[in-house]
Design a protein around this ligand. Structure first.
Ligand code: UTP
Length: 227
């Protein structure tokens, strides 16, 4: 059975915009595609993580402690998704790749959050894709693809339908510096994908048609990173 990793941004899962309904619809989609595809979902922390990281930083906590709060938030989000999926996914998020692999034998869908300080869930997704030999990664985020510049700031930014791994690595830039939100795709994760040549589909996670098509390997609205 084909294996797919979905990196589900926290910005999509818990933005505070009818999230319960979105989770129900998303669970329906995942139920459908998991009938003949093994689905691994890595959930981001979003504003839940940001709240704890910002508050902890005000308290003077170090980066490592802040990352631990971020990881806890990603796992909380994974539990929320597992709850929406009812019996189809593991209730306790996987904390290691081998645990995720084992859970895949008993669950149609495997959910997991962060792993270790200094990472992001994009990076977890890239490493997981390598371990489970995923056919592709779908990055469900809050923009409908990769743009030439930040579309929220630069009106002349253009969306790219396709790009190479090398373009992605160049665009992602430097490594993880501090706890908190990142842009485009985690740079270390981008390098992992480039090394493994694992195709990456970047879609707007709230566009369930785009998400569904990307997961199924059909043409989709977004950006395809491949050879
Ligand atoms: P995210 O992966 O959600 O980071 O993890 P992000 O950059 O905010 O991504 P988006 O915006 O949701 O796509 C939230 C925070 O949790 C910590 C980091 O501090 C990260 O910024 N974290 C997460 C880790 O330290 N290790 C992990 O494996 C995952």
């Amino acid at each position: 059975m084909e294996r797919i990793v979905i990196s589900l941004g926290g910005s999509i899962l818990v933005p505070g915009d009818d999230d319960g309904r979105y989770l129900r619809d998303l669970a329906g989609l995942l139920r459908e595609v998991s009938a003949d595809t093994k689905v691994f979902v890595v959930t981001g922390g979003g504003r839940i993580a940001r709240y704890y990281i910002e508050t902890g930083r005000t308290l003077g906590l170090g980066e490592r402690a802040l990352d631990e709060f971020g990881i806890a938030a990603t796992r909380l989000n994974a539990r929320l998704l597992a709850a929406a999926l009812r019996g189809l996914a593991n209730r306790e998020p996987a904390t290691t790749y081998s645990e995720a692999t084992n859970l895949a034998q008993r669950n149609r869908i495997v959910v997991m959050g962060g792993t270790r300080p200094g990472h992001t869930t994009d990076r977890v997704s890239a490493s997981l894709a390598r371990v489970v030999k995923a056919a592709r990664i779908v990055n469900a985020t809050s923009v409908d693809g990769v743009y030439t510049a930040d579309p929220k700031r630069d009106p002349s930014a253009r969306r790219l339908d396709r790009m190479t791994f090398e373009d992605l690595v160049r665009l992602a830039g430097e490594g993880h510096r501090a706890a908190g939100p990142s842009v485009v795709f985690d740079p270390v994760a981008a390098r992992v994908l480039a090394r493994d040549r694992t195709p990456l589909a970047v879609v707007h996670g709230r566009d369930l048609t785009a998400l569904r098509h990307a997961v199924l390997g059909l043409p989709f609205h977004g950006t395809l990173v491949s050879d």
